[in-house]
Write a protein that binds this ligand. Structure first.
Ligand code: PAF
Length: 283
């Protein structure tokens, strides 16, 4: 494993790999790695000759300075986890000035409305920040493939849109959600849940699975009401949103149409910890 703090030596090393005909796979992360990230790294190892994992807590995607401050920074532990994969991974862990230069600012993107719903509604400027850093990482690392988890499904669609619009030649690979035994989607935030909340949070995925069952026979309105009531009667979690949307455009469903694919999305709080999850409804 090699750790690069600066762009220049990394770019040189990548150019060398590419000139030998090797492909580069990128797994962008903000660190605080867990099994979910490691499953992305394993996908990348299978599909590329050299894997780069970026570990960078990106300031421009936080709408709240306190969140940015509190975000866990655990590079030593992250490196140990990556080491355990047994793969020869390159880690890119720059400072904000190294990656951004002097101006740590978001670019503005037109994501064709993908950023106006769900997470975008509740997290001001978040997706412009994600787009900005992902574009910088793609331009610096020039990966053949980049791997993103389906847990942040909206982010995955936005990154696909970004590459379509900027015409950056990178293939975006979406990777399935990794779950705890209870069904709770793996997330760095799970570590902050107390043991009762961790157990009770499995309710989110149970609700999504039941949504999938109901989707075969019931209308989206019916399911919306059913989910709202279910959360109202469940004292351990507070629902922020539930949506059923077109998997590609993320538009709210009006009526099911043949040939379209749909997903259900939930964001909910366990005390002050915000959890998100989603499920494909068509397979
Ligand atoms: O999903 C994340 O951890 C971040 O949003 C990403 C893609 C690494 C960009 O900072």
């Amino acid at each position: 494993m090699q750790v690069f703090r600066e762009k220049k030596p990394l770019i040189e090393a990548i150019q060398k790999e590419k000139s030998n005909g090797n492909t580069i796979g990128l797994v962008p992360t903000m660190g605080a790695l867990h099994d979910g990230h490691i499953s992305l790294v394993q996908q990348a190892v299978q599909q590329s000759n050299q894997v780069v994992v970026s570990v960078f807590v990106n300031p421009t995607q936080f709408d709240n300075p306190e969140d940015l401050e509190k975000y866990p920074r655990t590079l030593e532990r992250d490196l140990e986890l990556l080491e355990k994969t047994g793969a020869d991974i390159w880690v890119f862990a720059p400072t904000a000035n190294e990656l951004y230069g002097k101006k740590i600012k978001s670019e503005h993107f037109d994501f064709d409305g993908l950023d106006k719903v769900m997470e975008g509604k509740f997290r001001n400027g978040h997706f412009n920040g994600v787009g900005t850093v992902v574009k910088k990482l793609f331009e610096t690392i020039t990966p053949d493939k980049a791997f993103f988890g389906e847990k942040d499904y909206q982010q995955l669609q936005i990154v696909r849109k970004l590459t379509e619009k900027t015409e950056l030649p990178v293939e975006i690979v979406g990777c399935p959600i990794l779950r705890e035994d209870s069904g709770l989607a793996r997330s760095s935030r799970n570590e902050r849940l107390n043991s009762q909340n961790r157990e009770k949070a499995a309710f989110i995925y149970e609700t999504l699975q039941k949504t999938k069952e109901l989707f075969g026979t019931k209308s989206a309105d019916y399911i919306h009401n059913w989910v709202s009531e279910r959360f109202e009667n469940y004292p351990y979690l507070e629902l922020e949103y539930f949506e059923i949307a077109n998997s590609r455009t993320l538009e709210k469903i009006n009526r099911k149409r043949k040939g379209n694919q749909y997903r259900a999305f939930i964001a909910a709080y366990a005390d002050d910890i915000r959890l998100i999850d989603n499920i494909a409804l068509d397979n």
